[in-house]
Design a protein around this ligand. Structure first.
Ligand code: SAM
Ligand code: SF4
Length: 402
């Protein structure tokens, strides 16, 4: 094990009674699925220090050697494992009006505003990636809708020729006012994070969020006419793992989709024990199948890692995203850009390339594209969230863009 990290195996009992939140009657703990203890579920302890290799420092010399010998025009984005990149997740801010327990710590220090890419820089970078073959961009954060110029950014991106899909992930709190402007500016589909329908659980999990605003935001999104709306739900054992059925019923009632995401060990958080909190996708599917017939859906080349099903007899799709119990890296088709302009090659590794520095040093577009293509040589084969002996990631999710 490297870098001073310690990974714990779950040694706790699998017998977990249903516990009810006295203040609210929200049930808090579902029956524990055997896979929860069988799966390797890494955690990160206080001993973890930011000491992992940073691509921008350690690999620059190699990158520029590579650039030096690349005389031809940059070609499209295919990595050394023959994975073609068509999907870019663009994080426009690390700031957020919530402090979700699995994503952030209670006290956060955010990037200085000067460090964050401007709207123009974001649009320029996105244009380069589309030139290189990206077809789909997801705007994310932090919370993308706390950025005052977000509608201008959307407008600028939707004017890029060759971009087929512009989508967004949001916590939904600003959708009551922004849903319609986002549709008008060109966002076709939206994912809204919703972990519970119980007020007190929501307040506890998000720390600063208000469930009624998110539900109002979802109604506004439905009225605004996005092509599809999907709920994103992260389940944590003993906190909101009884919410599978209420959330499915809500999605069915509203005619929208839902995806359940296994919690990933991103960064050092204080509130949850990551090694104890995993709710495996198998448990989620088992719970849903008790009431509904799920029909598998075959995806397109820009789809994400979700295994998708339609709920028979309805328009609702259910997805499960299983980074811990079912590695999907062989089909990875994505890159990420952080709010401060680092190109992150894999969510589960610290490697990154500082594109902001290149943008701000007036590098021309051909050289920028060559740098991006060359960086692909460093895209790792897979993340190691499921391998407790490997070093884990110290960036919090909001610093990368989930
Ligand atoms: N603020 C927006 C939101 O919450 O939808 C967008 C950014 S958020 C980082 C994107 C997604 O990442 C959310 O659906 C959130 O639930 C998920 N997420 C955050 N931390 C996570 C973690 N440690 N493991 C798995 N998913 C996580
Ligand atoms: Fe904010 Fe999204 Fe992270 Fe929650 S998951 S703290 S809403 S960035």
């Amino acid at each position: 094990m490297g870098m001073g990290s310690k990974i714990h195996q779950n040694t706790h009992s699998t017998a977990t009674p249903v516990v009810t939140d006295a203040a609210s009657d929200c049930p808090r703990r579902a029956e524990r699925h055997p896979a929860a203890s069988a799966a390797t579920s890494p955690g990160i302890t206080d001993a973890f220090k930011f000491s992992q290799c940073d691509f921008s420092i350690a690999y620059y010399p190699r990158l520029f050697v590579t650039l030096g010998v690349m005389k031809s025009q940059p070609s499209s984005l295919v990595d050394t494992f023959d994975r073609r990149i068509r999907y870019l997740r663009l994080s426009v801010t690390d700031r957020c009006d919530f402090r979700c327990q699995y994503c952030m710590t209670e006290e956060m220090r955010f990037l200085p505003r000067k460090a964050v890419l401007s709207a123009e820089e974001i649009i320029r970078l996105a244009t380069l990636f589309v030139d290189l073959g990206v077809q789909k961009i997801r705007l994310t954060g932090g919370e993308p809708l706390v950025r005052p110029d977000i509608v201008d950014i959307v407008q600028g991106l939707s004017n890029i020729e060759g971009l087929n899909e512009l989508v967004m992930t949001t916590n939904g709190s600003q959708l009551p006012t922004l849903a319609r402007p986002l549709v008008d500016a060109g966002v076709s589909r939206i994912n809204v994070s919703l972990d519970t329908l119980c007020d007190s659980q929501f307040a506890e999990l998000s720390r600063t969020g208000d469930l009624s605003k998110v539900l109002a935001g979802l109604d506004a999104a439905i009225d605004a006419g996005f092509e599809r709306i999907r709920l994103n739900t992260v389940l944590l054992t003993g906190k909101n793992d009884t919410q599978i059925e209420p959330l499915i019923d809500y999605a069915l009632d509203k005619g929208i989709d839902i995806a359940f995401i296994e919690e990933m060990p991103m960064g050092h958080i204080t509130q949850t024990n990551r090694e104890l909190s995993l709710v495996p996708s198998a448990q989620v599917l088992e719970t849903i199948r008790r009431r509904f017939n799920l029909v598998p859906i075959v995806g397109s080349s820009t789809d994400g890692p979700a295994r998708r099903y339609s709920v028979e007899g309805t328009s609702t799709e259910v997805g499960v995203i299983s980074p811990i119990t079912d590695n999907f890296c062989d089909a990875c088709n994505r890159l990420r850009i952080t709010p401060d302009g680092r190109l992150v090659l894999c969510l589960g590794h610290e490697n990154s390339l500082d594109l902001r520095q290149m943008l701000r040093s007036d590098m021309d577009s051909s050289s920028l594209k060559r740098a991006i293509v060359a960086a692909l040589a460093y895209k790792p084969e897979r993340h190691v969230f499921d391998q407790p002996d490997e070093p884990q990631v110290v960036r919090l999710m909001n610093a990368t863009g989930g």
